[in-house]
Design a protein around this ligand. Structure first.
Ligand SMILES: Nc1ncnc2c1ncn2[C@@H]1O[C@H](COP(=O)(O)OP(=O)(O)O)[C@@H](O)[C@H]1O
Ligand SMILES: [Mg+2]
Length: 151
C-alpha cells in the first residue's frame, strides 16, 4: 500500500513551502504527472499550487484563485497546467472542456476540485487539504514516498 504523508501547515507561507517541495518532487516523476487536489473552498488548494508553481519559476501572482478560469497553461518545461473544476459539475462538462486531452500530454497537470472527477486511473499524486483551524491545515499526500519527502 502506498504511503500517505500527513503534514500540518500553520500558515499560508508554510502551505506554499509544502507546495514548493511537492513541485520539486513532481518534476522528477514520469510524465504525464497528474496531481489531484481535494478540499473545500478556502482549504488552500490554490495556495498550495502557488508553491508548486514556484518550483517551475512561476511567480505566485501569476497563479490565480479565480474560479472562472478553468485551465491555465504555463509554458514551462515540462508544461504546467492548472485546472480548476469548481464550476464543472458533471461528466459531460468535463468531456466538453477537453480535460482528457490535457491529461494525455507530457505535462504536469494539477487539478483543483478533483472530487468532480470521481475515480480516475493514472493519477500520480492525490492531495487532500482540510482546514483544522483558522490558520491550520492538514495536508495528506498519497503518491510520494516517505523517503523522498523526509530527506
Ligand atoms: N495554513 C494555511 N494554508 C493555506 N491557506 C490558509 C492557511 N491559513 C489560512 N489560509 C487562508 O485560506 C484561504 C485559502 O484560499 P485558497 O488557497 O484560494 O483555497 P482553495 O483554492 O482551496 O479554495 C486563503 O484566504 C488563506 O489566506
Ligand atoms: Mg482554488
Amino acid at each position: 500500500m502506498a504511503d500517505i504523508i500527513t503534514i500540518l501547515s500553520n500558515s499560508v507561507s508554510e502551505t506554499m513551502s509544502i507546495g514548493f517541495k511537492i513541485g520539486k518532487i513532481l518534476k522528477n516523476k514520469r510524465l504525464p504527472v497528474i496531481a489531484l487536489l481535494y478540499g473545500d473552498i478556502g482549504a488552500g488548494k490554490t495556495t498550495l499550487i502557488k508553491g508548486i508553481g514556484k518550483a517551475f519559476d512561476i511567480d505566485e501572482r501569476e497563479i490565480g484563485s479565480a474560479s472562472f478560469v478553468i485551465v491555465s497553461v504555463y509554458e514551462t518545461v515540462p508544461p504546467l497546467f492548472h485546472i480548476d473544476l469548481y464550476r464543472l459539475n458533471d461528466g459531460a462538462d468535463i468531456d466538453d472542456m477537453g480535460l482528457w486531452d490535457y491529461l494525455s500530454v507530457d505535462s504536469i497537470c494539477v487539478i483543483e476540485w478533483a472530487e468532480r472527477l470521481g475515480n480516475i486511473d493514472g493519477w500520480t499524486v492525490r492531495i487532500s487539504i482540510v482546514e483544522t483551524d483558522e490558520e491550520c491545515r492538514e495536508i495528506n499526500i498519497e503518491g510520494i514516498d516517505e523517503k523522498d519527502w523526509f530527506i
